[in-house]
Design a protein around this ligand. Structure first.
Ligand code: BG6
Length: 307
């Protein structure tokens, strides 16, 4: 609302502490949406609706690979790629790993909305915007709405999935958040003690129960923690970029991933040494398929909060 926006600018002149300023589009790059609120900011590419930066007080919280493709030719390596309609690869689908949401170009809905406490913007995706070859592999009618909300100390990303078909279908989904680190050996992911997990690195992908108060990285890590109580806060500590608490809503599973040295070298869009600069802590609903009846919706999301 331009009128409201002008009023807020005028308000900011008198009260800098509550100053809110939203720049919906980066003039130099129309494929990217920028929001700021107080001293926090977020960048979101329309490609994949991928958040690629979240800064609080000038400190970057999110990892983006120096080799990431930002031209829509490949899923963005870093940020918060959106996984839909399935996590990983599954025997019943020929879609690529993690589905098509992260490689489709989303549309921004209304202009960002601003209040004194938050700035928010939403994106939508439906089948006609999915690359045709991928849409053909998952021929279901759907509408996704992804809302990104920024406050001075939080970033909330919420996905709404609607079944617009006349038959039921099922899916899994995940927010594949890459946190920036200065030396991943210093990082601890707290809040997963007692959770059952699948270890995707170990031979045969065995199940075990996490016994540590903090998950650490001292080699390749790829674990799917299942059914972690929504109320359990997961905290990413020791990143060198400030601790972040992950609050989850309707996302019971948490994936912790670091490719370590060999897999880093094998990824063309990831620097050989960048395994040291990131850890993925991914809130999702991936252990069981979610079934949606015609007309039904499902909503899941996370709030990242500076600690
Ligand atoms: C994680 C998976 O979520 O994503 C890993 O658990 C995978 O197995 C990683 O390697 C990265 O996936 P991609 O497709 O972005 O290389």
């Amino acid at each position: 609302m331009p009128g409201k926006f002008m009023n807020r600018k005028a308000f900011c002149i008198f009260n800098l502490t509550l100053c809110v300023f939203a720049k919906p589009v980066d003039a130099s790059n129309p494929a990217k949406v920028l929001l700021s609120h107080g001293n926090a900011s977020v960048e979101i590419y329309l490609f994949g609706a991928t958040v690629t930066s979240w800064k609080v007080g000038g400190v970057e919280k999110i990892f983006l690979s120096k080799k990431a493709h930002l031209d829509g030719s490949k899923a963005i390596r870093g940020g918060i790629p959106l996984v839909f309609p399935h996590f990983g690869t599954i025997p019943t689908s020929t879609l690529p790993q993690h589905g098509f949401a992260r490689v489709s170009t989303w549309s921004r809905l209304d202009p960002p909305s601003e209040t004194e406490t938050a700035t928010s913007v939403a994106f939508t995706l439906s089948p006609r915007a999915v690359p045709a070859a991928l849409a053909a592999k998952w021929p279901h009618a759907f509408r996704l709405t992804y809302t990104v909300t920024l406050t001075t100390d939080t970033l909330t990303t919420t996905l709404k999935v609607e079944n617009t078909a006349d038959v039921a279908w099922e899916f899994t989904s995940l927010l594949h958040t890459y946190f920036a680190t200065r030396g991943v050996a210093h990082v601890g992911v707290k809040g997963l003690e007692g959770a059952s997990f699948v270890d995707k690195v170990a031979e045969g992908a065995p199940r075990a129960v996490e016994s540590r108060t903090a998950v650490i990285v001292a080699g390749e890590v790829d674990r799917v923690y299942e059914g972690v109580d929504d109320k359990a806060e997961v905290t990413v500590t020791g990143t060198g970029h400030g601790d972040v608490v992950v609050h989850r809503t309707n996302l019971p599973d948490v994936v912790v991933w670091n490719p370590w040295t060999d897999k880093a070298k094998a990824m063309a869009d990831f620097g050989d040494d960048e395994f040291d600069n990131m850890i993925c802590v991914e809130a999702g609903s991936v252990a069981k398929f979610i079934s949606l009846q015609p007309g039904e919706t499902w909503t899941g999301g996370q709030t990242l909060k500076t600690a």
